[in-house]
Design a protein around this ligand. Structure first.
Ligand code: HEM
Length: 332
């Protein structure tokens, strides 16, 4: 659905929505996941009890979204190492600059295409398994249940399942990791959140504005000629809307380079806008609010070991590869 226009886009999104965000069929589908999210977050923090140094990416940010999206979809968690590798390989081939003309890039592109095909076969096998025997989760529901508009085709179900597995963890990992990094760089904000935990809700919006997980998205193009600031963007031209830049626009946000957990006028573009507005935003918000809120509450005296930390090399998805943090302990 992320690559197509109406009417196909709207029909796909309408058909998937009841299985994901729930209402009106199952209004508590996402909010009902909160106890499970809290249990996973609690377990990850408990595992750090005997440690003096942690990696906020590998030990904390990564395991939560991947466990949750597997549960929501009904994808076996044991398969995670396989699809993690496919995603990493596919991501390496997402380049849009002059690098794409190099020999090295052609190799990455071939490997990326193979990884996407393997990932596609994996999703098709899951489809077949659920068609034979229904099971828990969204994938089985899409395979077996007719909605008012009928059933989605196998091709659409598998490609959208890939999209959800992919979108459902890469972006959220980056936001959790960036939130920890940003709060450790802003001790006043960290202390403010410790004193007033309810600020986690506006706080996560501000953290997403401040460090955008998705810098731009490469599937937009002009549906017709567009005149803007004296330039005509011709129909059909690709358009990269730089969300990361818009989120720091001084004409839109007061003091855009300041972190303000209580920022009021904060209609950021971290989840985009319009018909492609992030489908997983309610789930992502719940995960990040719980993860970051509990990190702040439970981790004693966290200190950044390395600043800036190493970043993953990717033009679209922005996030640190590791965030090493020294800690004094984990509170109950
Ligand atoms: C912090 C976490 C997340 C961020 C920052 C994020 C960001 C975005 C952005 C910017 C887009 C719009 C792309 C465009 O302009 O076309 C998008 C779309 C989308 N996201 Fe997310 N996302 C997050 C988490 C999730 C999760 C957890 C899921 C699924 C479980 C998800 C599923 C999707 C899907 C399916 C779309 C395509 C929607 C459409 O085309 O109608 N995302 N996301």
């Amino acid at each position: 659905m992320i690559t197509c226009d109406p009417p196909e886009h709207d029909r796909d999104r309408r058909m998937m929505t009841p299985h994901f965000v729930g209402p009106p069929h199952s209004p508590d589908l996402i909010s009902g996941l909160e106890p499970e999210i809290r249990r996973i977050v609690g377990g990850l923090l408990d595992n750090m009890r005997d440690r003096t140094r942690i990696d906020a990416v590998d030990d904390f940010a990564y395991p939560l979204p991947v466990t949750v999206i597997c549960k929501v979809l009904g994808v076996p968690l044991e398969d995670e190492p396989r699809f993690h590798q496919w995603i990493e390989t596919a991501l390496d081939a997402w380049e849009f600059g002059p690098e794409t003309a190099t020999e090295d890039f052609r190799g990455k592109l071939a490997a990326g295409n193979r990884a996407v095909q393997d990932f596609g076969r994996f999703a098709a096998e899951l489809y077949d398994r659920y068609a034979e025997r229904p099971g828990p989760g969204m994938l089985s529901a899409m395979v077996n249940e007719d909605g008012p508009e009928g059933r989605m085709s196998k091709g659409l179900i598998t490609s959208n399942a890939l999209l959800l597995i992919f979108a459902g963890h890469e972006t959220t990992v980056n936001l959790i990791a960036h939130s920890v990094l940003t709060l450790l760089r802003h001790p006043d904000a960290l202390e403010q959140l410790r004193r007033r935990p309810e600020l986690i809700v506006p706080g996560v919006e501000e953290l997403l504005r401040f460090e955008s997980s998705v810098q731009f998205w490469p599937t937009r193009s002009a549906a017709e000629d567009i005149d803007i600031a004296g330039t005509t963007i011709p129909k059909g031209a690709p358009i990269f809307l730089a969300y990361g830049s818009a989120n720091r626009d001084p004409e839109r946000f007061t003091e855009p380079d300041e972190l303000d957990l209580e920022r009021r006028d904060n209609q950021h573009l971290g989840f985009s806008q319009g018909i492609h507005f992030c489908f997983g935003a309610p789930l992502a918000r719940l995960e990040v609010q719980n993860a970051v809120g509990e990190f702040v509450r439970r981790v004693e005296n966290p200190r950044l070991v390395e600043d800036p930390p190493p970043y993953r090399r990717n033009q679209i998805f922005r996030g640190p590869r590791h965030v090493l943090v020294d800690i004094d302990g984990i509170r109950n």
